[in-house]
Structure formats: structure tokens, C-alpha cells
Design a protein around this ligand. Structure first.
Ligand SMILES: O=C(O)CCC(=O)C(=O)O
Ligand SMILES: [Fe+2]
Length: 284
């Protein structure tokens, strides 16, 4: 089959006017041809999060799919699939409760936060464990012009420790060693509060409750008030999609223009997800 034919077989159904697209007619286990890659890249920017259902993929195939979009990040804390370090494992159960039930954009604690991520459902609870995504550009557009202009002048600090606190992640001597090394390599970084998408040019909010600790140009009390307002604003249902996972579904999101929240309602049941994280560029 020619590349053009493979790309033409792909169908993308918008799931809401604001965010989300369901992609059909593509097998992620197969190498991605250039035309399909280009179409998915465009769809990712348009819909912000894409869902692919009924995908049977190995960790290597998941890594290869993600790697067609850029270099992959190796997470400093989360465990990895043996021999496939680019795939991190989120295996949550009673002894390892979920820690992603906060609105966040992944890995904003580095200078070049990820462009995107590819998340695969390996084991799901009977029900529950949905994930929500927000369109940060829609959230920004909904603010008043005066407030948008104010925010465009600001920068914020993002800190690894806010979501990976020592108390939780340094509980054994070997975990402490890993955590100390991770902290040493991931000192707090500064990003603009409003980010311009490097491909589309659209502006979006780029602060998140997971990692953003303060707005640099404001007093601590002013910073707190602005962040509280923005964190409440992005959580409005108007800007979001809630996805009810199916076994073997894959979600791929544009991490430059979204944040997400993994609902922690399924304990004592177990949920296992695999994630590949694609590195991006320095926000501006
Ligand atoms: O488990 C999920 O649904 C999402 C977890 C998460 O925050 C992530 O994979 O980045
Ligand atoms: Fe995440």
C-alpha cells in the first residue's frame, strides 16, 4: 500500500468543538509512513488530544511510534519497562496510589518541556480511572483582553519537587539516591506564563498546578491570587474533554497546549498505563 493510501484511510472524528479527536483506520504497531505522520501531526495541533482504540502494541512499538515525532524523554523518577527505558510505567494500586490527580502539563520542570506524550492503557479497573484534558489555548482566549495583556508580561517558576516531593519519592535508600540525583539534574526553571505554540502561533496558558510554584514578577500574595484564579479557570468543563478508557486504547496529546488530570476514583483496583514522552522546544 502506498503511503498516500495509508494516510487516506485514516479518519479523524472531532469529539467536541474544543478538544479531542478519535482516530480510526491506523495500526500503531506498524511503522508510520511520512504522509500519515504529517496528518497526525496536524491533527494533534488541531484537536490537542487524539485517541486510538483497539491497538495491540508492544513497548517497543509504542516507543517507535512516539519517536517518529521527536526525541524521547527518559523520566527521572517513574519506573521504566525493562530494556525500553523510554516507556515509563504508571502502575497504581493500594500500595502505590495514583499521583496524577492534579491538573498538570507533563515535565514542565525542564528547559524544553515535552511536545507531547503517548499513553497506552495496559490494564484498567472495571470502571473509573478516566482522564481529562484541557485546551490551554481555549482557556486563554476566554479571558478578558486586559487580563490577557497583563499575563503576557509574566514568567513563572516550575519546580520538579512540587509534584515529586521527597516524602513520597525518597522513602528507601535507593529511592532517595534516585530522587537526590533527579533533583540535582532538575533545578527550578522559568517559563513564560503565556506560551506561543511553535507551529500554529496560537497563544495558550502555560502554568499548571502540578509544577508551577510562583509568578516571578509578583509578590508572593499576588502570585498566589493569580495562580489560584488561573488554576480554577482552566478547570472549567467548557475547555475540556473527559475520556473513558477502553482496554488497548492510546491517547496522544499536544503537551504544549494542554493539561490533564487522571481521576483517582478506582482504588482498591489496579490500573496500569505505559507512557512515551516526546521532547519539545523551549517555550516562548
Ligand atoms: O494515567 C493517566 O491517565 C494519565 C497519567 C498522566 O498524568 C500521564 O501519563 O502523564
Ligand atoms: Fe501527566
Amino acid at each position: 500500500m502506498s503511503n498516500r493510501v495509508a494516510a487516506d484511510r485514516m479518519r479523524i472524528e472531532p469529539l467536541s468543538p474544543v478538544i479531542g479527536g478519535l482516530v480510526d483506520g491506523i495500526d500503531l504497531a506498524r511503522p508510520l509512513d511520512a504522509a500519515s505522520r504529517a496528518r497526525l501531526g496536524d491533527a494533534l495541533i488541531e484537536h490537542k488530544v487524539l485517541f486510538f482504540e483497539n491497538q495491540i502494541i508492544t513497548p517497543q512499538q509504542q516507543r517507535n511510534f512516539a519517536a517518529s515525532f521527536g526525541k524521547l524523554h527518559i523520566h527521572p523518577i517513574y519506573p521504566q519497562v525493562e530494556d525500553v527505558p523510554e516507556i515509563l510505567i504508571l502502575d497504581t494500586h493500594v500500595d502505590n496510589p495514583p499521583d496524577n490527580d492534579t491538573w498538570h502539563t507533563d515535565v514542565t520542570f525542564i528547559e524544553t518541556p515535552p511536545l507531547g506524550a503517548v499513553l497506552y492503557a495496559r490494564q484498567l479497573p472495571q470502571n473509573g480511572g478516566d482522564t481529562l484534558w484541557v485546551n490551554n489555548e481555549a482557556a486563554f482566549s476566554a479571558l478578558s483582553p486586559t487580563y490577557r495583556a497583563f499575563l503576557e508580561r509574566l514568567t513563572a517558576t516550575h519546580d520538579f519537587e512540587k509534584s515529586f516531593p521527597r516524602e513520597r519519592y525518597a522513602t528507601t535508600p535507593s529511592a532517595e539516591k534516585k530522587w537526590l540525583a533527579a533533583r540535582a539534574r532538575n533545578r527550578p526553571v522559568k517559563h513564560p506564563v503565556i506560551r506561543t505554540h511553535p507551529v500554529s502561533g496560537a497563544k495558550g496558558l502555560f502554568v499548571n498546578e502540578g509544577f508551577t510554584t510562583r509568578i516571578n514578577e509578583l509578590s508572593p500574595a499576588e502570585s498566589r491570587a493569580v495562580l489560584d484564579l488561573l488554576f480554577a479557570h482552566i478547570a472549567k468543563p467548557d475547555f475540556q474533554i473527559r475520556y473513558r478508557w477502553k482496554p488497548n486504547a492510546v491517547a496522544m496529546w499536544d503537551n504544549r497546549a494542554t493539561q490533564h488530570y487522571a481521576v483517582a476514583d478506582y482504588l482498591p483496583h489496579r490500573r496500569v498505563m505505559h507512557r512515551a514522552t516526546i521532547l519539545g522546544d523551549r517555550p516562548f
